[in-house]
Design a protein around this ligand. Structure first.
Ligand code: PA5
Length: 448
């Protein structure tokens, strides 16, 4: 197995029999998922996606990526939530947080994510960044009606049409959306954009292994065949219910035990800067799936050792409401050898003549030991390395764990009714027709 759940640091917090006692609940959740009898069972298209993905569309994704890499210095990925986080997490996780600065030397297109906020400042910054440069657009919206990406698309579509003309723009715009419905689908059909499908049975936050994630990821030069192969291996490894033979279910059970013990916050911890966006993807996946009906773990995250210098104090010594899930990647993608310095003026020679990854591993061990000693349980997810295959494996691990956790919690892990409330208020306050009554009620409550 590419991933191992190390429970060794949980001994003071979870007893062995408690884990075994979870088997019944895990089996029930597993059965509901496998037999498609649980809540939200119309959204289980992600479950066997690693085996059954559309091969023709996959080939079109690779072809489109090749074209974008050949004719564009910049790719703009327009999308929000599940229509952007996964792609960004995988690109940065496999490449770098500095991907865009390094892309030019590697002859790869820079990739900017837009339409994930309503900030006019950010929009203007990206507009100035692409001035005079060849670019393409991948607009991603399952519903095709989300305000943030729709607004950004309006701006960049005008620009691309002005620069390349209607026909030229058509060859540079790629739409990833519903197969049949929505404003974006209508526009894509009318204008003749190359389109990719997000199928009805896959929700946004479970869509990273569809065209939503795969097209941008392929444009960053990542091997999407290996990504899917890793996910397929995870599918095989996590298909039977025994907690002792299924690392994904073991993790789900441990989270549930800790939650019932009053640990209401799970912090996902990475020791690589490049995993910061993976943390964000995980937060959406679990936050939108579990946080409902007054229940659910609050998903938080940190990158260590950076955040040990900000959040470390609280985790070590604050309220006992947190547990940590640490992603420990044993082999750094790029290591750095620390040389001896004859003068030893900084007193750091005790660190020299070894790789910097060794220092990072000691930081990991030192922190796990300190935090568990301070009363914070730690689940450790061990991976030997993190290339495309392991990334696909990790994505599927979290997706399936999330579904199992949601069912154990008794919620529908596949809807997100709470996301609609702010949208309704925003439309009302902006004067969209049909929202007149809501607008009056809201304005009476505004306090500025
Ligand atoms: O997980 C989800 O369903 C949401 O986060 C959506 O992905 C997000 O709201 C974007 O929606 P859409 O792709 O319809 O524009």
């Amino acid at each position: 197995m590419a991933l191992k759940v190390n429970c060794g640091y949980l001994k003071d917090f979870v007893r062995e029999h408690e884990l075994s006692a979870m088997q019944g609940a895990v089996t029930a959740a597993h059965t509901a998922l496998a037999e498609k009898t649980g809540l939200g069972n119309e959204f289980l298209g992600w479950l066997d996606l690693p085996l059954n993905f559309e091969r023709d569309e996959f080939a079109r994704i690779k072809k489109a990526a090749k074209k974008i890499m050949a004719d564009s210095e910049v790719l703009l990925v327009i999308g929000i939530g599940g229509s952007y986080l996964g792609a960004r997490a995988v690109i940065e996780g496999l490449r770098s947080t500095l991907y865009n600065s390094l892309a030019r030397n590697k002859k790869l297109p820079e990739i900017y994510f837009v339409g994930n906020s309503i900030s006019p400042t950010y929009l203007n910054e990206v507009l100035s960044l692409i001035e005079g440069r060849d670019f393409s657009i991948n607009i991603i919206s399952k519903s095709g009606t989300t305000t943030e990406p729709a607004l950004a698309f309006r701006v960049f579509r005008e620009l691309i049409e002005k620069k390349y003309g209607e026909q030229g723009a058509r060859e540079r715009i790629y739409a990833t959306t519903d197969a049949k419905r929505g404003t974006l689908k209508e526009l894509a059909d009318k204008k003749g954009y190359e389109s990719f499908v997000i199928s009805d049975d896959i929700g946004g936050r479970f869509s990273v292994l569809t065209a939503v994630g795969l097209l941008p990821v392929a444009c960053a030069g990542c091997d999407i065949d290996a990504l899917m192969q890793g996910a397929a291996e995870a599918f095989e490894d996590f298909k039977q219910p025994d907690i002792n033979k299924n690392e994904c279910y073991k993790y789900a059970a441990l989270r549930n035990i800790l939650y019932n013990r009053g640990r209401k916050i799970e912090m996902l911890i990475a020791y690589e800067n490049s995993l910061a966006m993976m943390n964000e993807w995980y937060k959406q996946l679990f936050g939108e799936s579990e946080g409902k009906d007054g229940k659910g773990l609050f998903p938080a995250s940190a990158v260590f050792s950076t955040d040990l210098h900000s959040l470390g104090q609280y985790i070590q010594d604050g309220s006992n409401i947190i547990f940590e899930t640490v992603i420990n990647v044993k082999q750094a993608r790029e290591d750095f050898f620390l040389k001896d310095e004859p003068e030893n003026a900084d007193g750091l020679n005790f660190l020299s003549n070894q790789n910097m990854s060794v220092v990072n591993q000691k930081a990991f061990l030192g922190t796990v030991l300190a935090h568990t000693e301070g009363g914070t349980p730690n689940i450790v997810l061990e991976l030997e390395q993190l290339n495309e295959k392991e990334m696909g494996y990790l994505i599927y691990f979290f997706e399936k764990a999330c579904a199992i956790c949601g069912y154990m919690l008794g919620v529908n892990p596949f809807d997100q009714p709470g996301v609609e409330s702010y949208k309704k208020n925003m439309f009302a306050l902006l004067g969209k027709s049909g929202y007149e009554k809501e607008r009056a009620a809201l304005e009476a409550k505004i306090n500025v």
